[in-house]
Design a protein around this ligand. Structure first.
Ligand code: MD3
Ligand code: FE
Length: 214
């Protein structure tokens, strides 16, 4: 199932499906600019552990930037323009974020990606994300771009049914995944993170997920 070629800067491009790619190290040249931008976002809209409609507190802490932010509570999942914890709009999407998302999408064959939402996930050791589909967005024609920083994670790449078998894909600091087309609605998740100390991020993993939500 796996094949890879090289993208322009020499990194590996792994193909998981006809519209699903891992761009190894694609974000590395952006990291120096991304770090202060994350600190700015966190200062305005802190990371928090949200509650799912089923009543479970998520082990992954999250915040957002951009016009729309993904949230969950007992009433359901939705996108909002206001951070429910601060009563203020989500922080503006930093230009470096938008540039990274657009360049990664282009490198995977999706030109003109202009996300209006960026979910920022923070994982500590033991945090996990159970198998799910991303289906709160209005437009499934746009791809999803996901950036991994910090600790290694094992990503679970499933099929179109929850019970379909999953492939395990390691994700490292600087890797970017792009999903679109027929792969857009695949089930996916993240295994519990193993304890590790990353030189730049310590014992955390930060993931940005860029989407066109409306
Ligand atoms: C496959 N985050 O926030 S990103 C999420 O690493 C989420 O934190 C994971 O899944 C993380 O919803 C995985 C990779 C990803 C994102 C969206 C997808 C994979 C996807 C949409 C469809 C299929
Ligand atoms: Fe997801």
């Amino acid at each position: 199932m796996e094949s890879f070629d090289l993208f322009e800067t020499g990194g590996q491009r792994l193909r998981l499906g006809s519209g699903a790619f891992v761009l190894r190290g694609f974000a590395l040249s952006f990291v120096r600019e991304l770090m202060p931008a994350i600190a700015d976002i966190e200062a305005m809209s802190p990371f928090r552990n949200m509650v799912t409609p089923g009543g479970f507190t998520m082990s992954v802490a999250l915040t957002n930037c951009g016009a729309l932010g993904w949230t969950t509570d007992r009433r359901g999942y939705r996108y909002t323009s206001i951070d429910p914890d601060t009563g203020e709009p989500w922080p503006v999407m930093p230009q470096v974020f938008a540039r990274l998302a657009s360049e990664a999408a282009t490198a995977a064959g999706f030109d003109g990606f202009e996300p209006d939402a960026c979910l920022v996930n923070r994982y500590s050791p033991g945090a996990r994300l159970s198998l799910h589909q991303d289906k709160n967005e209005r437009d499934y024609a746009a791809p999803i771009v996901s950036v991994s920083l910090g600790m290694k994670a094992t990503f679970l790449f499933g099929g179109h049914e929850r019970s379909d078998p999953t492939a395990k894909v390691p994700l490292y600091h600087g890797d970017v995944m792009v999903w679109g087309g027929v792969d857009r609605l695949r089930y996916h998740g993240v295994m519990p993170l193993k304890e590790e100390t990353h030189p730049l991020l310590g014992n955390q993993r930060i993931n940005f997920t860029f989407r066109k939500a409306s």
